[in-house]
Design a protein around this ligand. Structure first.
Ligand code: PLP
Length: 396
């Protein structure tokens, strides 16, 4: 059999998706580092903090106590109860533990929920800019993305009227991600409520990816779960990754109607099974112990946000909104790209090769003309990176 005949043996669905753009950039950065190049890394989509000590200790203790066997597929009951109790306390939701499932990171909650709800030809409304994986997750199921553009000069504001225009009879899900990766934009509680009411009136779901909900700097963090009367229309996706700096542990959850949880449980039982047992014990402590570590990390992000945004705003040709949440700045660099006669993928690639700063091009998030810079790093790295960006842009 020829090499090409072998390649055609892959499924149509795997052919519909691409390797994550952030992974491709990380690979390029790793190659440069291995050649001894000193890079400033604004590429990472994860906190720079160590996992808090008490959470690590809980994981160690779980191993020492031999809590190392299979658990219930949907997670141990104490953890599911802790997830719903914390959510109730922080956002006024009223989920029972049967309306929850714990998953291998927020990503698997999202991936599995799409598998359960989206069939061939079904549509998912996705505001732009969007997190890199949403599009591929939907297309992997054979679904279609209906993109809704938001504007940088309107702070990427999403309204119910914008969503309504994108609705068709095939719409199954309105996907929201507030605070947003990559823009850091926060949808106001009023707009969120209007969107949920719209979805409920059409009998479709709002899937809300709330993995940055604790990194909201507006002073009024909001989860759709607080709209308890619309519970039947909501699929809430959560993660401990960013909140507790636990990205490598892989722990997330979904809160949804019991029937949906039943389907997620079925899919999880035939794929990953339970999230790692020792990680569940660590997650239990993360959710039930003092939340001071979350407040401390949030306070530091607020300072880092000011530092990177005020620095970016002094670079000629760069326009930057003040992000209201998450840990990304998403400046408009279209003027610089145009001056150099290249697109932002090429600009980001040259910034890496020649300027030695890692960023992610707006193309990965459906919005060319921008670059995402993660400010989850030290203040001194932000300063070093800003000087390099300034120097490199000036050289074009
Ligand atoms: C918007 C968004 N959703 C979900 C995830 C997945 O997080 P995890 O699988 O680590 O919980 C990420 C991670 O970068 C994200 O940015």
């Amino acid at each position: 059999m020829s090499a090409t005949a072998g390649a055609t043996a892959f499924t149509a669905r795997i052919g519909r998706i691409e390797i994550s753009a952030t992974m491709a950039i990380n690979n390029e950065a790793t190659t440069l580092r291995s050649q001894g190049v000193d890079l400033v890394d604004f590429g990472a989509g994860e906190p720079h903090f160590a996992t808090p000590e008490h959470i690590k200790q809980a994981g160690i203790e779980a191993i020492q106590k031999n809590f190392t066997k299979y658990t219930a597929v949907a997670g141990i009951k104490e953890l599911r109860e802790a997830v719903t109790a914390r959510h109730k306390q922080d956002f006024g939701s009223n989920y029972s533990f049967e309306e929850s499932i714990v998953t291998t990171g927020g990503k698997s909650a999202l991936f599995n929920a799409f598998q359960v709800i989206i069939d061939h030809g079904d549509e998912v409304i996705i505001p732009v800019p969007y997190w890199v994986s949403f599009k591929d997750m939907v297309e992997f199921c054979g679904g279609k993305c209906a993109f809704v553009a938001t504007r940088a000069d309107e702070g990427f504001r999403l309204t119910a009227a914008m969503v309504e225009k994108a609705l068709t009879p095939r719409t199954k899900i309105i996907l929201l991600n507030s605070p947003n990766n990559p823009s850091g934009a926060v949808v106001s509680p009023e707009d969120l409520t209007a969107i949920v009411k719209l979805a409920a009136s059409r009998g479709i779901y709002v899937m809300s990816d709330e993995c940055y909900v604790y990194l909201d700097y507006t002073g009024r963090p909001f989860s759709l779960g607080s709209l308890t009367e619309y519970k039947d229309s909501l699929l809430l996706m959560g993660s401990l990754s960013k909140t507790y700096s636990m990205t490598g542990w892989r722990l997330g959850f979904a809160l949804a109607p019991k029937a949906v949880i039943g389907q997620l449980q079925k899919l999880q039982s035939q794929s990953t099974s339970n999230p790692t047992s020792i990680v569940q014990k660590a997650g239990l402590v993360a959710l039930t112990a003092s939340q001071q570590c979350v407040a401390d990390m949030r306070a530091e992000y607020i300072q880092l946000r000011e530092r990177i945004v005020s620095g970016l705003r002094t670079i000629p040709g760069v326009k930057c909104n003040m992000p209201e949440g998450a840990f990304y700045a998403f400046p408009d660099v279209s003027e610089i790209a145009a001056r150099a006669g290249i697109n932002t993928t090429e600009l980001t690639s040259r910034l890496l090769r020649d300027g030695h700063v890692v960023g992610v091009p707006g193309e990965a998030f459906g919005l060319p003309g921008h670059i995402r810079f993660s400010y989850a790093t030290s203040a001194s790295e932000i300063d070093r990176g800003l000087e390099r960006v300034r120097g490199f842009f000036a050289s074009l």
